[in-house]
Design a binder for this molecule. Structure first.
Ligand code: SAH
Length: 219
């Protein structure tokens, strides 16, 4: 497969033609090698228009959703970003190319170890890896200019809103396990403004302010 050609077609057909037009985001997506974050058995599908399975029953999100969430987040050079749900590390690398520093949290240590290895091999240096429950955020480095959650939450975790700067933006999928609404939460003048976006389907956010692990086992 000609990965550069596949990537360019992905950007044109899956992102631009669906109305995404933030040139900074599109430029970064056209540079990040998605195939490096996809398991060996799925290489031929790396640039397909869908989410793909990764280790531990998790997923790497559909390219359109990654680009849309990144656009909604409006990341700038000087920003410090908290990401909840490292997964494959694909979204992490896109954020790292746009922001000053990224703190990424993952509850499954072995998944984060693999992501750390891939990002190091690609020379990405401005990422801090944290194994833990991202529904509680990461208070030691708070507040964050931007927070992105890449797993579906039953409701907006209050700890994450608390850890946003004034003017900060949090983007996350909120709703029941079978369908969530991609939501932007903005903190402005002490007020919290929620703007609902499109319907999505993510794996569960599991933690203190998320779903419980036993609900996972029951399904
Ligand atoms: N952005 C990732 C998508 C990963 S899927 C990618 O592009 O590959 C969501 C991830 O969130 C899973 O790896 C899951 O283990 C993780 N997760 C779920 N609940 C979490 C929590 N409370 N804290 C941190 N990570 C969590």
């Amino acid at each position: 497969m000609d990965v550069q050609k596949a990537r360019q077609e992905m950007v044109d057909q899956q992102l631009r033609q669906r109305g995404l037009s933030d040139e900074r985001v599109l430029a970064v997506v056209s540079e990040v090698p998605r195939e490096r974050f996809v398991p060996d058995s799925m290489q031929a599908s790396a640039y397909d228009d869908r989410a793909l399975p990764i280790q531990c029953g998790q997923t790497i999100s559909q390219p359109y959703i990654v680009a849309l969430m990144t656009t909604m987040l409006d990341v700038r050079d000087e920003h410090r970003v908290l990401e909840v749900g490292t997964g494959s590390g694909y979204q992490t690398m896109i954020l790292a190319r746009l922001a000053r520093k990224v703190y990424t949290m993952e509850r499954i240590a072995e998944l984060q170890e693999e992501a750390r290895r891939v990002l190091a091999s690609l020379g990405v240096g401005n990422v801090v890896f944290i194994v833990g429950d991202g529904t509680l955020g990461h208070p030691p480095a708070a507040p964050y200019d931007r927070i992105l959650v890449t797993a579906g939450a039953p409701e907006v975790p209050t700890a994450l809103v608390d850890q946003l700067t004034e003017g900060g933006i949090l983007v996350l999928p909120v709703g029941p396990t079978d369908r969530q609404t991609l939501t932007a939460v903005e903190k402005r003048g002490g007020r919290v403004i929620e703007t609902p976006g499109i319907g999505v389907r993510f794996v569960k956010l599991i933690g203190t302010c998320g779903w419980h692990a036993d609900e996972e086992a029951a399904m």
